[in-house]
Design a protein around this ligand. Sequence first.
Ligand code: SF4
Length: 471
Amino acid sequence: MHESCGVFGIYAPGVDVARITFFGLYALQHRGQESAGIATADGRKIYLHTSMGLVSQGFNEDELAQLHGHIAIGHTRYSTTGSSRACNAQPILVQADSTTIALAHNGNIVNAKFLREELCQQGYSFAATSDSEIIANLVISSTERNKIDKIRYAMRRLQGAYSLVILTKDKLIGVRDPMGVRPLCLGTIDGGWVIASESCALGHVGAQFIREIEPGEIVVISKNGVKSFTEESPRKALCIFEYIYFARPDSVIQGKLLYPVRQAMGRILSQEYPVDADLVMGVPDSATAAGIGYAVASGIPYCEGLIKNRYVGRTFIEPDQRLRDLGVKLKFNPLAETITGKRLIVVDDSIVRGTTTPKVVAMLRKAGAKEVHLRICSPPIRHPCFFGVDMATRWELIAAQKTIPEIKDAIGADSLGYISLDGLIESVGLPKEIFCLACFTGDYPIPVQLEMDKLALEAIPSGSLSELGGS
Ligand code: SF4
């Protein structure tokens, strides 16, 4: 499962903002590895460099030196809407009349197709296929006179998830959608200001966390300081998968450091699904903390049974079918000496399609594990995500097609336990009402459910409708 993007912005006169943004993106690399880009502004002009691949591959000294100015935004991309092509790399630059903006986006716009058609009819052209360009064109298409009202106009028209950093010639602007699906936070650095998808990026560049940007909030940073404007937020819907999987364990979201939250998921799993076993392990890296939490609570020793090759990104695995088939083997290597003859409890973050988990179970058995008991930090995923998570269509989701005992058999585990929804909420320690839980419950936080169901059904290949009960 992949999330869509990481965004970073900085306003800091006298600071090498392009380089700071480069390192900010480095800290957000886990949110997207397909492309990276930085745009800067010096009060007169906007400069832009984008590249396919990892942040480290995208910039050399010469390219960073060409990014002048005291304001910057940056982006790491995983494509959910729009294909993996150079034209979809962000930030994107759009221009109309006297207005030029660069924009970087994390999220997904549900009514993008409608808005794109509308903008095309008005004469706006599109160089890319991502919905981020729709947001940027919507902002500049507004007839409102000032930038804040232009952004407010776009926010009224957009349905979906968007955490944005926007660069003008002399301002840095952060925007979070009224539901607050994706995180966005504000920090300070050397008398300037930083905006980032996750607080972990602030620590890495020497910035201090100040606060989260609230759902529906527009933050404008200029030579006049920081100004905040707020749009109404009828329902909050922070993606709970930020806590389970997407965000780094050293990030803080809604005042909660993720590492202990993930440990609590393991603790609660040990209470909900106890089993006699010799060792507990977490599938690295996202389930490591939960595995430790399970081990501490159950009194069963923790071990590292799988070693992850951290330098094999999806970029290098997926373009080639033969390498794609190797998949899990390229990513993990089992520690046979540790696990041979042992009854293992294996904690993982989620099961989506159910294609990777059987390979992990088979790998552990081949390495000598006597029993493999799987414990999962999310409830069964039965509904697709429309807010920027590249999950699957409904017919591909294993929990939408099979019962839990059937899933256990399909993945070849000796037992299988998913954390309960209440257990998940308890581990995060925040009110249930602030979260999007739609992929578990089907209760989407915006009133386009029928449209979404229709889209999901349209994605079912012919012949498989019967698997869904013929609907
Ligand atoms: S549907 Fe699931 S993955 Fe998508 S935003 Fe909601 S909680 Fe997150």
